[in-house]
Design a binder for this molecule. Structure first.
Ligand SMILES: Nc1ncnc2c1ncn2[C@@H]1O[C@H](COP(=O)(O)OP(=O)(O)OP(=O)(O)O)[C@@H](O)[C@H]1O
Length: 277
């Protein structure tokens, strides 16, 4: 896939990639009541500017909670989260999120969904048009600008949601199992496309997944979290070529890493099951 860059004029409000620093972050749901539940316990994590970072771990270990804290969607109770824009205290235009369930407005067309985010971000009419066209093309939806979400397949809806998120040019892209609802084949195509978009647009990505192969395919580094309360158990470097396609699945390092990480995640999943009894 070829991706051309839009001019980064001061008026474009483009956000440069940024690192993310998470220090001593804990989170308790229902903290004000006696029965509060500790979801995250002392998370320390440094994500470099321009890194593709995956969070892996058993169900309920707090992956989404950590992502929402970085996004500023839930307040930081203990510890500090910072980006190059400073400490995270609320959502900001430098961070955007893509959810599993697409989160498109069903009553708006693909183009209007993309334009909506741009208007909110303060782009002028000409920039909105130019950006909408560019990002709809980037995710291969040219020709479907006037379609409504209900007229699109799941993969196309998720590509529209990604176009809407990318169009506002956040430096940090937060993705919460964005391909979880897709069939295996569409998922593989989307993984390749996302990797290509990331490589060409230089964003910092934090990507939550349950899928070990997906994490190894996409990431520069992978954090494996413990069963609840979530802690960072291991941080693994993925030393694979930058350009990754179907052939990487047969790369010996890919296979070795996938097996190693699968064992580590399984240990945590078993611990989570024991903790539930
Ligand atoms: N709003 C909430 N109120 C109370 N408890 C919550 C809330 N959101 C999440 N939790 C609990 O916090 C823990 C962590 O949830 P979270 O969704 O962050 O985990 P996760 O690792 O993303 O899970 P999954 O992989 O199943 O999506 C879970 O036990 C969950 O039930």
């Amino acid at each position: 896939m070829s991706v051309t860059h839009l001019s980064a004029s001061p008026r474009s409000r483009a956000h440069t990639a940024s690192g993310i620093s998470v220090r001593g972050v804990s989170h308790t749901y229902g903290a004000r009541t006696a029965g509060g539940m500790l979801a995250l316990d002392g998370i320390d994590l440094e994500i470099a500017d321009g890194e593709f970072h995956c969070l892996l771990g058993p169900s309920g270990c707090g992956k989404s909670t950590l992502l929402y804290l970085i996004g500023g969607f839930i307040p930081v109770q203990a510890g500090v989260i910072a980006t190059s824009a400073g400490p995270v205290t609320s959502p900001g235009p430098d961070r955007s999120i893509v959810f599993q369930n697409f989160a498109l407005f069903p009553w708006k067309t693909v183009k209007d969904n993309v334009l909506y985010g741009l208007k909110k971000a303060g782009f002028n009419a000409a920039e909105r048009e130019q950006r909408a066209r560019h990002y709809i093309d980037m995710v291969h939806l040219t020709g479907f600008e006037n379609a409504y979400p209900s007229q699109l397949s799941g993969g196309m809806q998720q590509r529209a949601a990604i176009a809407r998120t990318l169009a506002v040019d956040p430096g940090i892209l937060l993705m919460d199992e964005p391909f979880g609802a897709l069939d295996a084949q569409t998922r593989r195509v989307m993984q390749e496309e996302l990797r290509a978009i990331w490589r060409d647009s230089r964003k910092t990505v934090v990507f939550v997944t349950h899928d070990v192969q997906e994490a190894v395919f996409l990431a520069d580094r992978i954090s494996i979290m413990s069963a609840r309360p979530g802690r960072i158990q291991h941080v693994i470097d993925v030393d694979l070529p930058k350009d990754r396609g179907e052939e990487i699945l047969e790369n010996r390092e890919f296979i070795r890493l996938s097996e190693q990480i699968w064992r580590l995640v399984r240990e945590q999943a078993v611990a989570a099951t024991r903790g539930a009894h």
